[in-house]
Each structure stands twice: as structure tokens, then as C-alpha cells.
Design a protein around this ligand. Sequence first.
Ligand code: ADP
Ligand code: MG
Length: 259
Amino acid sequence: MPKRIVVELEDINMVYHTLENETLAIKNLSLQMHEGEIIGIVGPSGCGKSTLLSLISGLIKPTSGRVIVNGELVTKPLRNIGYMFQKDQLFDWRNILNNVTIGLQIQGKLNEQTLLEAKELLKSYGLEEFMYSYPYQLSGGMRQRVALIRTLLLKPEILLLDEPFSALDYQTRLAISDEVGLILRENKKTAILVTHDIAEAISLCDRIIIMSKRPGTIKDNIEINLSCNEKKTPIKLREAPEFRHYFNKIWKELDIHVQ
Ligand code: ADP
Ligand code: MG
């Protein structure tokens, strides 16, 4: 059975107006996302990647074209969408438990049951002993994990990840992206991951969209199929024989020049 379409972008154009000028950020972009799919988005800085995520979440409206989520036209910010950014946006004055429950609290969903879920998630992601610590006491990787737990507790149907690992050092980034990849698969989340890291995108995603420089259009759409005999963790998948082929292809298409 073909998978259900969760997100549909129909011929989107997005123009930003400022006092001085107008910027065509996205041009004639169409895209469909299926249930449970993890899509990677790569493209030069300023090509409209973050704009694309804001459009899907309903935070901004396209100048023309339509955004459809679960068969309905998006006209206002959606609730069933979780966001994760480069900066973890934890509140320094709240302990870790109170940081992960803030979304629930705001939505009026904090109760005995959800509090228990929060504690369980902290436990399963190795943060039990830090429940009553404060953000400054945690490493960058742990803080990102806290941000992810906070997002997952709201049980979003779609996750939008905007370069969530790019502020982390290489080792931590590898470990945490591996973990997040597994968590997304376990929870069968539909997700979009914007990243600068080609290897990260290949190891985590089912499909990679390459965007052109501004105005952002879709330059290529690459299905990723990696063979791996062991458990398919993102780190193991980097050793798959096809990995290099995808890497070289995407690298060439991105056409990165050292200035
Ligand atoms: P990316 O995430 O790929 O780096 P963005 O989506 O943030 O790109 O931005 C795409 C283009 O739109 C850039 O040229 C940026 O300067 C412009 N832009 C983004 N947000 C705004 C805004 N609120 N007002 C005006 N221009 C904007
Ligand atoms: Mg961006």
C-alpha cells in the first residue's frame, strides 16, 4: 500500500518584503512528504531552508502556492509540529525536568501521567541523574537531547529539525545524530532535517532534497538506499558500500567553492 502523504507543498513562491527591498526566497517549489519519512534538506546558506520549515509549520504564509498538511490547507501555526533548532533554547533558570515539561505546561497538558512520561524519557535517554540539574551543568550533546525530549513529549506528528547538531563538536554530533536518528525511527516520526553535513544527511535520511542557491528551488531529489547487514544505526550506515557514491554525487551538485 502506498504511504499516506503527510505534507504537500504546491508550487510555493515566497517573497520577503522589507522597507528597502524584496527578496524572492523560494521559487516554484513543490514537494510531497510521506508518513514516517525522514527527509534531508541541503543547500547553500540563504537558499530558503529555514523558510521552508516555517512555511510547513504555518508560522509564515507563502506569497503564492499552497501548503497542505494531512489533507488540509495550512492557514495558521500548527500544533502537531515539533521544532528543534541549532540552539537548544533551554531556560537557564529551570531545572532539566522543568525544561522538558515546559511545553506540556504551556499547553495545559502537564499532569501525573505526562510528568511520568517525561521522567521515563529522561531515564531512557540517559539523563535520569540530571533531572534536577540546571542546563549549565550539562554538555552540549546532553542539552540537545533535553531539547529533543521536550519536543517528543508533545507527541508531534511531524518534526522539523533546523541544523540541530551544527553547534556541537564533531564527536558529540556523531553520537547525538546517531541517537536522534534511532529515536525518530523507533517513534516512526515524519521528519525534515536541514543540515550542512552531507554525511549526516545520508546516514539519517530516506531521501535528500538538494536546493539551489537563492531563490531556492529543488535541484535534485535523491532516494537513499544503503545496504547494511547489521542493525542499521546511522553510524554503521556510513560504512555501507553505496555511501561514497551518494556523498560524491551530493557534493558535486552542491557545487561548494572555497572562497
Ligand atoms: P537558509 O535557512 O537556507 O539559510 P533562510 O530561509 O533563512 O535561508 O533565508 C532565505 C532568504 O530569505 C535569505 O536571503 C534571507 O536573508 C531572507 N529572509 C529570511 N527571513 C527573512 C525575513 N524575515 N525578512 C526578510 N528576509 C528574510
Ligand atoms: Mg537556516
